[in-house]
Write a protein that binds this ligand. Sequence first.
Ligand SMILES: Cc1cc2nc3c(=O)[nH]c(=O)nc-3n(C[C@H](O)[C@H](O)[C@H](O)COP(=O)(O)OP(=O)(O)OC[C@H]3O[C@@H](n4cnc5c(N)ncnc54)[C@H](O)[C@@H]3O)c2cc1C
Length: 583
Amino acid sequence: MHHRYDVLVVGAGGAGLMAALYAAKGNVSVACITKLYPTRSHTGAAQGGVGAALGNVAEDSWEWHMFDTIKGGDYLTDQDAAEVFSKEIIETVYELEHMGLPFSREENGTIAQRKFGGHTREFGKAAVERSCYAKDRTGHMILQTLYQQNVKEGTTFFNEFHVTDLLIEDGRCTGVVAYELATGEIHTFHAKAVILAAGGYGRVFKITSNALTLTGDLMSIYYRKGLPLEDMEFYQFHPTGLSKLGILVTEGIRGEGGILRNDSHERFMERYAPTIKDLAPRDIVARSMVKEIREGRGVGPDKDAIYIDLTHLPRETVEGKLAEITDLARTYLGLDPLKDMVLVQPTAHYAMGGIPTDLNGLCLSDGAGGVVEGLYAAGEQACVSLHGANRLGTNSLGDLIVFGKRAGIAAAAYARATDYAEMPERAERETVHLLDTLRGGSGKENVAAIRRDLQESMMQNVGIFRNGPDMAKQVEIIKELKERYRGVKVVDPAKRYNGDLIDAVELGFLLDCAEAMAASAVNRTESRGAHEREDYTTRDDVNWLKHTMAYRDMNNPGNVIIGYKPVTLHGFTRSFEPKARVY
Ligand SMILES: Cc1cc2nc3c(=O)[nH]c(=O)nc-3n(C[C@H](O)[C@H](O)[C@H](O)COP(=O)(O)OP(=O)(O)OC[C@H]3O[C@@H](n4cnc5c(N)ncnc54)[C@H](O)[C@@H]3O)c2cc1C
């Protein structure tokens, strides 16, 4: 079946819905294609809030927010992106309020704000209340609000449609191809402009806070076209996910007095961060936990977890302020935090890298200013390089709405000013080939087994601690896994609701993301932000103050070509001294 819209948005999380809304306000026809029902997107899981310098609780300014974002990004952040972001997030939060988002309130009726790691006043002097929240359901409220607004503006939704290909001819995007889960039909969508907002790829790791569907689909499709992925080596781990499951355990659990303990019940954070102990920043706590596990002091059946101890806390705290996580521990681990210590592990959480864009979301085709006309991207799957080498908490929700809006406005303007370009003949050709190959494989290999081997090896070799030999080994492992993937056969012949087929397609996407990530990581011989190397322990601004651009070698698939893009600096360059890592 064939469809035609001025602007197409792929993805209906916070970024996709914001982009669709602002495109629709721009007097063009808009469709949003999503593999999930919009309100089931991962944005709905975000609890902490969205950071904006409203100054409702204490004095605040966008310059301080900009500085924190750049420092948090370990100076790899593009500073023009940080400036636009810190300024525009303020009006954007008010816009959401006026759309009806039910923010929690201060006593005087203004939007409530709370502290969050890394957000400070006066360039790092003291913590500041900057996170605007709606209880612990901020992401959920953003999705509901934006979905309603899209319905009002007349956006057309194609739910449970899986985008499998992007149509790019002569440097211009002309549409997408999608597979409809309910019928097994292939649809072509013709458009003047396309906005990609398909979320992250945490499922490349064994333990992750990310939903099952976060498989980096559009990053992979972009990369398959010979286009670059930026800064893929930077991936953030959150210290506390429920053991084996990765489900996020809020930082609040330590804020309320929870204590991390090893196999001999020692409060080991006293050794790594003697002053602030369990309340040390995310990356330090995560690295300390992994050190304990690697040195044989882990707990649980596989000795790969750590205890979080709440047994000394009053019942009111555990069942009141920590109600949700108490419930999760009881349901999923069969442990009662009032009596039992709960098993946690660092969990893969957020992709800093992705599809490179300019400040209006326009996709970049190289590191020297080349673009893909008519193609935009926003959200976790994009890299405008706001987060640099490490994202600050609450800055992702802000990223979605600021840069989602910018992409929507820019795409609508482009669509108004241009005609439809011709679509390639037999646009669905690549998708038909992909699906036929998966249905007709030799059948020697099994999707679940390859995915398990990928996730385990990525966790082991390109996880929280990294070193050259392990990452080089992983590059080879991914080549072997890709070879095995060729032998996959989808056994379920169903035409309708064929989940097996989708699993196989998504595994292909994950393998590409892993390939770009491992190659980018082994190449960067320094430690910066979330990229922590045991063999290069300091930040090296002389050689590495630049973004990585990873390209598939189109003549030799399996090989990755690495290029670079300069970091945009203006203003904050003062702390460029190499940083020694101490715990
Ligand atoms: C548990 C958890 C808690 C978090 N808490 C916070 C927080 O408090 N504050 C904060 O700032 N950040 C937080 N984050 C990070 C933040 O929530 C995410 O980075 C952000 O929500 C991503 O939004 P998105 O719009 O880019 O993608 P998502 O919300 O993940 O949506 C992706 C969309 O793309 C669609 N899609 C994907 N592939 C395809 C395809 N092939 N075809 C069609 N559609 C496709 C999906 O259907 C979905 O609609 C949290 C993340 C997690 C996992």
